[in-house]
Design a protein around this ligand. Structure first.
Ligand SMILES: [Zn+2]
Length: 471
């Protein structure tokens, strides 16, 4: 088609508009040659996965040394803190102009153990098969750790203008005892205390049927509050039943506990989660999800949602009966019987209040209730922040169809420890996976798609550049 003179003029004007609408940061990001960085990310992730940091014993010093070499080569100031034989954390920083408070990129370097016999390739090989990188830690969380390191390397090389310090913190022993992060918080709280934001694991972006991805940004965790219930009574021979024996009374109490419906208490972030995922549902559920608090006033809806295991734990404190122990012999009535409850409390809950409620449900003062874990107060981070909005914006640039929703983690991440020190903490990972891939975390054949690693470098860099540089 021939373009007339007047159309040409309009085209030129439009082009000029687009060009001037670009911010300096957008021009800066477009000027980066991404391919070499993406190639390097894949190759470095393979190398990182070859370092065996199975915990126990950990040997995370090897991982700290790996990052130390990378950062030294690029002239990024960094310190290895060896706090026990073979165990170390690494801290690196790129200084900003100080006009905004620091952003921390946190990752743990240890991985859970791997049984070689169930894997297609050796778990510490970093091999690529059909476009996926295999290795223990490929999803939890050496992929994210390596992407965070790449962000540091690119920021240094491409001279990212920083308004805040950009901190990289790699810690040992997340999978077993949190000794790495505990050591940092106890010995060098100043490294994280002043930070405004922290990004780490705990997010998950699942590709659902039909291809739509839900980006889950971890904003809160429930807190474990494990309890042992012990009944005591008269022991005897199994041939002569004792009506109020320890096991009999424990069984009645357990029945009351498992039938107990704890109150529904939707947190603001959980309301937001339901609102964001509403487009995945058909009517009338979609409308109900848009206003979950109101919908839950309808007892039939509340009951139906409580029966869905994927949603029930988001709405309330939960109790799972797990350990049971009575007599070691069938014909002996024991004088003691106990069970253990895996209780998970919502952020904002007081464990002593919960214990008092549980006592009244048990309603037997000859049954003793005793907490068996050190309780860590559950906490959460608000979603109304520049970092959250930036993540949403960048995700939509890469995947306009994606839904972005804050998530409440039923498990536990180290965000709890760091939130207590100061920063707003999010679980965010710029990698999309299928449910099948996600199921390999802590299991055999853990793997991450090569394309997601390549894309993830750029995506995480954009998030960081926007929030640490110009917004
Ligand atoms: Zn992890």
């Amino acid at each position: 088609m021939k373009i007339s003179a007047s159309t040409q003029a309009i085209v030129l004007v439009l082009c000029a508009c687009t060009a001037t609408a670009q911010t300096p940061l957008e021009r800066y990001l477009q000027g980066i040659a991404w391919q070499p960085y993406q190639d390097r990310a894949v190759q470095l992730l393979q190398e990182y996965l070859r370092i065996d940091t199975s915990n126990p014993p950990g040997n995370e010093l090897l991982a700290a040394e790996f990052f130390h070499r990378l950062f030294d080569e690029q002239g990024i100031p960094n310190t290895v803190y060896t706090y026990a034989p073979g165990r170390a954390n690494l801290y690196a920083v790129l200084k900003g102009d100080g006009s905004l408070r620091p952003l921390v990129l946190l990752n743990h370097t240890d991985v859970v153990r791997a049984e070689r016999k169930n894997w297609k390739v050796p778990p510490f090989s970093g091999e690529i098969l059909d476009g996926e990188i295999y290795g223990r830690g490929a999803l939890d969380m050496k992929d994210e750790g390596l992407l965070q390191a790449m962000v540091m390397l690119i920021a240094a090389r491409e001279k990212l203008p920083l308004k805040r310090d950009l901190v990289f913190l790699a810690t040992a022993d997340e999978e077993v005892g949190d000794s790495g992060s505990t050591w940092i918080i106890e010995n060098h709280p100043e490294l994280v205390r002043e930070a405004e934001y922290l990004i780490t694991e705990g997010g998950s972006n699942l590709i659902h049927q039909g291809g739509k991805t839900v980006y889950g940004i971890g904003v809160a965790e429930k807190a474990p509050f494990w309890i042992r219930m012990t009944a005591t009574g008269r022991g005897g021979h199994g041939s002569i039943p004792i009506a109020d024996s320890a096991p009999n009374r424990l069984a009645s109490a357990m029945d009351r506990v498992v039938s107990w419906e704890t109150p529904i208490r939707p947190l603001p972030s959980v309301e937001q989660f339901f609102r964001q995922i509403a487009p995945m549902e058909k009517e009338p559920r979609a409308s109900e999800f848009r206003n979950i608090r109101k919908a839950l006033e309808n007892p039939a809806f509340a009951k139906a949602l409580s029966q869905d295991e994927n949603f029930n734990y988001l709405l309330r404190d939960t109790v799972s009966l797990t350990v049971l122990k009575g007599s070691p012999q069938t014909n002996v009535i024991p004088d003691t019987a106990f069970c253990e409850l895996d209780v998970r409390l919502l952020p904002g809950e007081d464990p002593q209040d919960f214990l008092a409620q549980l006592r009244s449900v048990v309603a037997d003062d000859r049954i003793e209730l005793e907490p068996i874990t050190r309780f860590r107060k559950p906490n959460s981070s608000a979603t109304d922040t520049a970092l959250y909005r930036t993540i949403e914006r960048v995700v939509h640039e890469y995947n306009p169809q994606a839904l972005v929703a804050p998530t409440l983690n039923g498990g536990y991440t180290e965000c709890q420890m760091y939130r207590a020190v100061g920063p707003t903490c999010y679980g965010f990972i710029p990698v999309e996976v299928t449910p099948e891939q996600e199921a390999t975390e802590h299991a055999a054949n853990e793997r991450v798609p090569v394309e997601q690693v390549r894309r993830g470098v750029r995506m995480l860099y954009e998030v960081v550049a926007r929030v640490a540089g110009e917004q």
